[in-house]
Design a protein around this ligand. Structure first.
Ligand code: PGA
Length: 248
């Protein structure tokens, strides 16, 4: 199996509107070539996922959803099914972002969503990461492996799975984990993946996320076992996000 390309993923969270989202996506699509050895995906808010998908159609930029519900359909007000995401042009679902976990999503519920994404033919980008309290108590390795185990419970193949390590204390705070901290935690996650999935565990990309910017992207992407970055704030302008995509 050929190595998966370095993945530059942009989580727009609850930002932008249809016109500004389409404008940003169009600028990205015009500037990213399919010959590039890096992959780019944006995760717009659900109401304009389809508009963004249309804007990048035929380009090297792909589109994902920030969350999904595990049920196929039914009485789940405010939720989005995997089939709806696929129908709108999405190819990947972010599962278990810390802002969803903080809103009450359990480890097990993250697993349900990852399994639903795969069953619906999409990829899953599963987010894991410790809080500041966990880190200070020396529980980082325990927390990230517990979250990974629950998220990948019942999953036999990691062909369509990637992980994002996002220390909660580094998200949106301007505090980035140091390259040493990233190397240490990514090594823990890689070891767990190998134990659980054998050699296939080596194919899984482990993205880093948390205050990634043009100024620190090259350094973070160079860390061993870092297969990409998941970017929040700095993915909201084409200049910053393209600079991260180019950073090496
Ligand atoms: P940030 O967000 O880059 O704004 O810290 C990252 C994320 O939450 O995915």
């Amino acid at each position: 199996m050929t190595a998966r390309p370095t993945w530059i993923a942009g989580n727009w969270k609850m930002n932008l509107l249809r016109a500004s989202g389409v404008e940003l996506a169009t600028a990205l699509a015009q500037n990213v070539s399919s010959d590039d050895d890096r992959e780019m995906t944006v995760f717009p808010p659900a109401p304009f996922l389809a508009h963004v998908a249309d804007a990048v159609a035929g380009s090297a930029v792909s589109v994902g959803a920030q969350a999904c519900h595990p049920a196929a359909s039914g009485a789940h007000t405010g939720e989005t099914s995997v089939a709806m995401i696929a129908d709108a042009g999405g190819t990947v679902v972010l599962c278990g972002h810390s802002e969803r976990r903080a809103a009450g999503l359990s480890d097990e519920a993250v697993g349900e969503r990852a399994r639903a994404a795969l069953a619906g033919g999409l990829r899953a980008l599963v987010c894991i990461g410790e809080t500041l309290e966990d880190r200070e108590a020396g529980r980082t390795a325990e927390v990230v492996t517990r979250q990974a185990a629950a998220a990948l419970d019942g999953i036999d193949s990691v062909d369509e799975i990637d992980l994002a390590y996002e220390p909660v204390w580094a998200i949106g705070t301007g505090r980035t984990a140091t390259p040493d901290m990233v190397a240490e935690t990514h090594a823990v996650i890689r070891a767990w993946l190998r134990e659980r999935f054998g050699a296939a565990g080596d194919d899984v990309r482990i993205l880093y996320g948390g205050s990634v910017k043009p100024a620190n992207a090259a350094e973070l992407l160079a860390v061993e076992n870092v297969g990409g970055v998941l970017v929040g704030g700095a993915s909201l302008t084409s200049d910053a996000f393209l600079a991260i995509h180019r950073a090496r």
